[in-house]
Design a protein around this ligand. Structure first.
Ligand code: ADP
Length: 383
């Protein structure tokens, strides 16, 4: 059936009365009678209501009959709060759910939408027009969510294939190239050894690429636990991870962080800083010694929220103004692999990780004058 909007429903030219089946899950008799009264006045649509009082009865009914929409109260005799939404959607995934809330409870309604409800309506304020609009909107939103789920499932299958079916033979190539060098290096002569080295290097590059793609893919479905973290601790752990690169490049890193807290997922925040540091060390002119500064500041944007901005500044080659947004896109690289190795995924991972933490990321830079990357997260009050 095509989605039909409120405007269409109430057009005077409609020749016949349309009919929609709605499952109302509500244990308050007065709310149900009010709803029935209101919907009776509907000029061109017949609202065929089935009312049940319990979640389990709703699930059974929705499995048996074809409804167009469910109006779901969250407080039922056998279920309470957001769990009601989750349990209903788990049991009947393809039916649009519109949550019924009381006035001033929009926060709960928004959380219900995050759990998979399509829309919410405030009890006592429902009109036939609003319900029609919600029906149309819910169907459209439901369709998009289904498409998104399918695309995510395909992406996951692709990642799985990379993780297993592609990486395994790749490790074989690397392993045999290594064995060839070890056991037959003497008879291969210089050119033969060079070829084997190239095979090894390319296999290694592919392995890193797969690793990065998998990390990036996993980030879209990972559930993050946000918690207060001390910036200095996360930075110290990130620096541990890049110790080899620091030693190899003789980079100098200056950290000046007071006891400052932010709301973050520790592993994601650490990974973000590792990626920024790796780039700060890598993207310098040949022979130049990387000099990196890390510091943070508190900010209070107009919303009145307390936020914390962490800066990672380098003395590297810089980034042209017109590229400062696109470098956060996946596979965006400004240099050939010969001058600077990499996969073009590091900053895309940073952006996704920071967004997962409800933060923002960006860069200030000038070609030849270094770059200053920043990550802004929610701060902790009274820190
Ligand atoms: P990779 O480092 O693997 O190439 P990234 O996603 O981390 O990929 O970075 C994307 C591109 O942004 C890099 O290829 C480089 O051109 C540019 N870039 C990132 N960080 C810096 C930096 N600190 N200084 C200069 N250019 C940078």
């Amino acid at each position: 059936m095509n989605p039909i909007g409120a405007k269409d429903f109430y057009s005077r030219d409609l020749p016949q009365k349309l009919s929609f089946r709605v499952l109302v899950v509500e244990d308050s008799h007065s709310d149900v009678s009010l709803l029935k009264q209101i919907l009776k006045r509907s000029p061109s649509v017949r609202w065929d209501l089935t009312v049940v009082e319990r979640l389990q009865a709703a699930i059974a009914s929705a499995r048996e009959y074809a409804y167009d929409l469910v109006l779901l109260d969250l407080s039922l005799p056998d279920s309470e709060g957001l769990q009601t939404v989750s349990d209903f959607i788990d049991a009947v995934p393809d039916l649009p759910v519109v949550v019924l809330t009381i006035a001033n409870d929009e926060n709960l309604a928004i959380k219900a939408i995050a759990r998979g409800a399509q829309d919410y309506l405030i009890k006592g304020e429902i009109t036939p027009q609003l319900l029609a609009r919600s029906l149309r909107y819910s169907r459209e939103r439901g369709r998009l969510v289904r498409e998104l789920k399918q695309a995510t499932a395909e992406m996951e299958a692709f990642s799985y294939a990379i993780a297993h079916d592609v990486r395994e033979p790749l490790r074989g190539i690397y392993g045999f190239a290594h064995a060839l060098k070890e056991d037959y290096g003497r008879v291969l002569e210089v050119e033969g050894n060079d070829f084997v080295n190239q095979i090894e290097n390319n296999a290694q590059r592919l392995e890193t690429l797969f690793e990065d793609i998998l990390t990036y893919g996993r980030l879209s479905s990972v559930e993050v636990q946000l918690q207060p973290v001390i910036l200095a601790e996360i930075v110290r752990e990130a620096m541990e991870r890049v110790r080899e690169e620091v030693t190899g490049s003789q980079a100098q890193i200056e950290v000046s962080l007071d006891l400052m807290w932010a709301i973050a997922a520790p592993a994601l925040f650490r990974q973000t800083i590792v990626n920024l540091l790796t780039n700060a060390i890598k993207f310098v002119s040949p022979g130049q010694r990387p000099q990196i500064k890390i510091w943070a500041e508190e900010r209070s944007p107009r919303t009145g929220e307390k936020r914390v901005r962490l800066w990672v500044e380098d003395n590297g080659i810089g980034i042209a103004p017109d590229k400062q947004k696109s470098i956060f896109d996946i596979f965006e690289r400004l240099h050939g692999i010969e001058s600077y190795p990499g996969t073009g995924i590091g900053l895309a991972i940073c952006r996704r990780a920071v967004e997962k933490m409800s933060g923002t990321i960006g860069v200030d830079s000038q070609i030849g004058k270094g770059s200053r990357f920043w990550v802004e997260l929610l701060g902790v009050r009274n820190s």
